[in-house]
Write a protein that binds this ligand. Structure first.
Ligand SMILES: [Zn+2]
Ligand SMILES: [Zn+2]
Length: 128
């Protein structure tokens, strides 16, 4: 420890704790050309951020959406178009209805939704 830092308490923790959630959010994000990687806590594949002490953690991608796009309508869910749950890039997020959300996930697994039933389809054949 150098004489300068000796006895000096680095206020990092205090500052971080008190600072704006937006700053704390950015501190845990590594933006790239593609997905933005969340380096903070991840639960069930989703990034989490505790906004205030003793309060429920907020989903990191929900926070991103609110910050860049706006409020998430109460009848919508956020879907990752990149399929990467821990991604927090607002451009990879879309607010969809629960039905559409479920359809998108079925589609990503190679199913096509038709009224009344779900049909398996060949994703490669569709591309031809
Ligand atoms: Zn992504
Ligand atoms: Zn989804």
């Amino acid at each position: 420890m150098s004489p300068i830092t000796k006895g000096y308490k680095y206020p990092y923790k205090k500052v971080v704790r008190r600072s704006d959630p937006v700053i704390r959010w950015w501190q845990k994000v590594i933006p790239t050309e593609g997905c933005w990687h969340w380096t903070g806590c991840i639960t069930k594949g989703y990034g989490q951020l505790r906004l205030e002490k003793h309060k429920k953690a907020e989903l990191a991608h929900h926070f991103a959406y609110k910050m860049f796009v706006g409020e998430i309508p109460s009848d919508r869910e956020l879907h990752h178009t990149c399929g990467n749950r821990s991604c927090v890039n607002p451009e990879h997020l879309v607010a969809v209805t629960a039905q559409e959300h479920s359809d998108r996930h079925w589609e990503s697994r190679g199913y096509k939704w038709t009224p009344g039933r779900r049909q398996r389809f060949d994703a490669n054949r569709k591309a031809e």
